[in-house]
Design a protein around this ligand. Structure first.
Ligand code: A1D88
Length: 265
């Protein structure tokens, strides 16, 4: 097994702190904009996290003090020559965001500044978002003659509802942290979003790992289906958990009034 901090990236930094991995998108000179190389490194980093069984949660943040990620790299977008190249870029970005969203561990975005376009789409692929009071969030693609292409039209509407999502996408306006909190776009506002993200992640990793993974799966699959089919998914996954050692441990620990020691089995 490769230690996460042994992998060499050009535009990312991946650190391991016990059960927490922290992935920093690190191109501060371009406000951490996602060029093709950075997207590809994000994909590699996500694979490395999946393959490391010691990692219980992932935090994603931006390098420097101004931005989480200011979007896809506009100088690369400007080079797109035809319909097919545009579609391929959107599919590649969507694929990275899907891989992050489907990780079997909690993923938290520490939004330490601008989260615009592809940057907000990256934050939307995370399970929970913590914003700095200085954060500015938005999907300004229509100002470039585009629409969001890394999942934003779908994930923002699912998270905050189509009316509020359309307001943000049609106006292209940037919202501050407090408005984002009121919209349900972020979960927490904190002066030190990385520290707050660590605290939230530490609280999460105390819980049973398979249950964490399956609660994500239940919500994800339920969002894409009818209530009836979603309830069936929930019952199936609930049943699977009853067969785990962690369920035995969690219930025995409760009854014995001691702290549960989960093994992810
Ligand atoms: C499928 C996905 C599509 C998309 O994501 S489309 C892109 C959506 N994002 C945006 O439209 C945001 C673009 N950026 C901005 O509007 C501004 O930046 C900010 C409001 C975030 C900050 O403005 P300010 O404080 O004046 O800084 P600055 O001088 O514009 O930026 C510093 C350096 O960062 C580069 N940069 C910023 N965002 C991007 C980007 N998205 N792609 C490529 N470069 C970017 C700039 O060009 C500049 O660089 P230099 O110092 O060399 O002039």
């Amino acid at each position: 097994m490769t230690m996460l901090d042994e992998i060499d990236f050009q535009h990312l930094q991946l650190d391991q702190h016990g059960p927490l991995a922290v992935l920093t998108v690190n191109r501060p000179g371009a406000l951490n904009a996602l060029n093709a190389d950075t997207l590809s490194e994000l994909s590699q980093a996500t694979e490395a996290v999946i393959e490391n069984p010691e990692i219980g949660a992932l935090i994603i943040t931006g390098g420097g003090d101004r931005a989480f990620v200011a979007g896809a790299d506009i100088s690369e977008l400007a080079q797109l020559g035809d319909v097919y190249a545009g579609r391929e870029l959107a599919l590649a970005g969507q694929d990275v965001m899907q891989t992050i969203a489907n990780l079997p561990i909690p993923v938290i975005a520490a939004v330490n500044g601008f989260a615009l376009g592809g940057g907000l789409e990256l934050a939307l692929a995370c399970d929970v978002r913590v914003a700095s009071p200085r954060a500015k969030l938005g999907l300004p693609e229509v100002t470039l003659g585009l629409i969001p292409g890394f999942g934003g039209t779908q994930r923002l509407a699912r998270l905050i509802g189509p009316g509020r999502a359309l307001d943000l996408m049609l106006t292209a306006r940037q919202v501050g942290a407090e408005e984002a909190l009121a919209l349900g776009l972020v979960n927490y506002v904190a002066d030190d979003p990385l520290q707050k993200a660590r605290e939230v992640a530490e609280q999460m990793v105390k819980n049973a790992p398979i249950a964490l993974s399956l609660v994500k799966e239940a919500v994800r699959r339920g969002m894409d289906t009818s209530l009836e089919a979603g309830l069936e998914v929930e019952a199936d996954l609930f049943g699977m958990l009853v067969a785990t050692q962690d369920f035995r441990e969690g219930t025995s620990a409760f009854l014995a009034k001691r702290r549960a020691e989960f093994k992810g089995e």
